[in-house]
Write a protein that binds this ligand. Sequence first.
Ligand SMILES: *Cc1c(COP(=O)(O)O)cnc(C)c1O
Length: 392
Amino acid sequence: MEDPRNRLLTWCETDLDALRENLATFRSLLPASARLLLVVKANAYGHGLSLIGRRACELGADWLGVHLLEEAVELRAARWSGRILVMGYIPRRRLAEAAEYDLDFTVYDPETVAELDRLGRRRGAPLRCHLKLETGTYRQGVGEEELEAYLDRFAAAAGSRLAGVSTHFANIEDTTDHSYARLQLERFRRMVVRVTQRYPEALPHAACSAAILVMPETGFALGRVGIGAYGIWPSRETLASSVGRGAEGVRLRPALAWKARVAQVKWVAAGASIGYGCTHRTTRRTRLAVVPVGYADGYDRRFSNLAHILLPGGRARVVGRVCMNLFMADATDLGGVEAEDVAVLLGRRDEDEVRAADLSAIAQTIPYEILCRISPAIPRLPVDGAGRLVAE
Ligand SMILES: *Cc1c(COP(=O)(O)O)cnc(C)c1O
């Protein structure tokens, strides 16, 4: 079979070996009895939702976590039969549809709880709810003062079951000072005691990647791992804080590479203005490589004149503004780059690497945003650790 990459202008490669190793690392940091949930919202942080869904079992995930009902439906179509936690809101009018997919629901409002109970009764099988607790992020969740009323609702419910209680940390990856996270953890623990007195089978869960890396005591019954499973440290602060916290020496391997086929290579004279706005002027005769990727594909316009790509002879800097579907790079110092050569926009080539953190520093954002904004329309291909295509 012909390698599909030969026919593509741009594609992403998802390294299944890296994912498997990273997940094993997180499993080793969780309590032995805890389950491992892989967060796959936002097209699995750009890695391909269906691609991951089809292989989540062999990769070592016990549960998958999504934001949208649509993502859960896509995972079922990819034949993932394990647990799926929907972490986002589902419009009330779609709860009946959602009840068909054997999901775990995050709940934090009485209307959703009542509707799920009604639907569960009608089906004759209770639907699984995870009550989101407000501990200080003020995003989703029910406060300590409302807790008892919610617990009473589940006591009277034949159509729903309290399967879990959860919270989410506000400030664990942004700082090396974890006093706010500890305050949230104390509030969570206090509420979990009240929940499990009445519902001993409800699973407590709180930890994202950074929490598992720097506060292993947040592991509870289930770790919800996103960015770390994809091989990326949540932040430099997390890396610094991990020292001496049980995560020392943890190695994470980035799973995503973004590549493109050079569309043209040409010489331009000294003094030429490159691209829209004439923001780069050549100071010497310059060999330009034109790469058919732009901001419409998720290659941020802020990378203009700043980011680097990896070409066969080495690094090349982006010159001029990133356009909607194209950008230019200076390949003058690289011997013999040719049209149709493969450019690495993100990921490794030989001993060099463009990391999501390099690009996020340029765009003044976080690696999460770099990954999840790579257009879902770009094909995702599963590869092994050596970059060989893995058959479907
Ligand atoms: C996205 C998300 C996570 C995963 O966070 P990472 O920092 O990527 O590990 C965990 N829990 C919830 C509720 C989330 O929304």
